[in-house]
Design a binder for this molecule. Sequence first.
Ligand code: ADP
Ligand code: MG
Length: 523
Amino acid sequence: MKVRILKENVINQIAAGEVIENPASVVKELLENAIDAGAKKIQVDIRGGGFQLIRISDDGEGMDGDDALLCFERHGTSKIRTAEDLHALHSMGFRGEALASVCSISKIRLVTSMGTQATEVLATAGKILRKQTAARARGTTFEIRSLFFNTPARKRFQKSSTSSQTEITKVMTKMALSHPGIHLTLTAGEKPIFEVREGSLKERVEALLGKEFLNGAREMKEENFSGYVGSPLDARSNRSGQYLFINHRLVQCLPVSFAVEEGYGTRLSTRRYPTFVLFLEIPPDEIDVNVHPQKREVRLQNEEKVRAFVQQKVSALFAPSKSYVQPVAKPVDIPLVLPTKLQEDTPQTFFTEPELIAVGLFGKFYFAEKEEQLYLFDLAAASEQLFLTEENRNVTVPMLFPLHLDFAPHEAKKIREHLTEMEEFGISIRSFGENSFIVDALSPHIPETRVREFIEEWLGERGEVRKVFAKAASQKKKFSRYEAHELAEKILRICPDRPVYKPIREEDLERFITNQKVSASAT
Ligand code: ADP
Ligand code: MG
């Protein structure tokens, strides 16, 4: 006989391989448990990127003495009882697997109380070592030490503690976005990393994704579909700015992401991905969350229906009547850009802002009409100009996930000598070790994916940071119609007297055609 049933301990370690990928997955599971326990305040402290210690304290309902032991059992859960319950889930957890898995590969201390007596449990590598009474206010604290200490092979595949900390910050950010009613803090060795207080979704989005995102975003306000859809200008070269929550669970559901992207229509250039924070509510019996051990993916029963709904709602947000009346940073005198004749004829137009009407996009040139006047914009020059205006300098938006860049020693030296200058012109960068740097805030004119390129451009050019960055900002890929239009509107308001666009009069066109005729007949 060769077939043997594995010991409980081994089974848990195997399960841990699926559920617990890294310290961030421990944080995710424990946060979900605290949320399920109705916590209003959750504090997370980590050491050594979570490998040394992860401590999570909540003020939720807590556990009694029996549950404090049962919770470490595989399939020990208070959240479902029957298979039918799986189709009516209202909790984040349900598999009863997380604590058993974490416990099998670490050293755990649990202190929990339902308000009266508290219980302390110590466990190591899946074995309960001790249970005793303790003192604690209502709530639960889990301390996970030495994660992966008994699975050295797994430990070897882990990333550095720095990147592990970044992963944990990401997880916290996602949880914070999906639960604005919960006060969350993250510290690393008591050093504060982030703190968000209980508030509205809007406040939370502003705190985590920045004012700039919110300013350009449109709000989705359907009964079962809400959140913020970012401006097409904030689109990125990957999907890292997309937060999709289905029934308040952060999930990957590509059909829905595609539907949102389709809703933007032609406002996005090819291979650009919009940013958004969206909450979709789907009746629990029309969704299967049990398709991935980490509950990361979901399957929809009526995928087509959901897709069509999402696309239609997003596309409605961009309906023309709404799309061109976005307020821009500072409204500037409009009369400046109007030809004198028009000013005399129609003084009342100074009080209502005339609309810029799209005519056509031709490469980097954009034609638009305003008050019966045709304008030609050089979009590349316009973006360079916009970069150089006072308005846009010094405005850097914190990045959710800071970039880590390495340079050669001579380049690093030059960068170190120009840190403040770079910050002033849109890249907030600081030293991080000998030849390494961290970039943690950016001007909205510098795409995250091009930061390195901007810096390299300047290293190679030896010019002023300001000019090189402005030039780099203008050397953009193709402009979408939408981007062109927003840019034209902005340039009219912000730098009305710069030579990056030109009014075209009927006589100009007349002359253009006549000159053509003259030169044609001359030959
Ligand atoms: P699941 O969340 O899938 O039920 P877990 O292994 O994550 O499985 O947790 C097991 C059980 O332990 C939960 O069902 C819950 O009853 C209890 N539990 C875990 N964490 C907490 C907490 N922070 N507060 C109260 N109870 C908790
Ligand atoms: Mg759980």
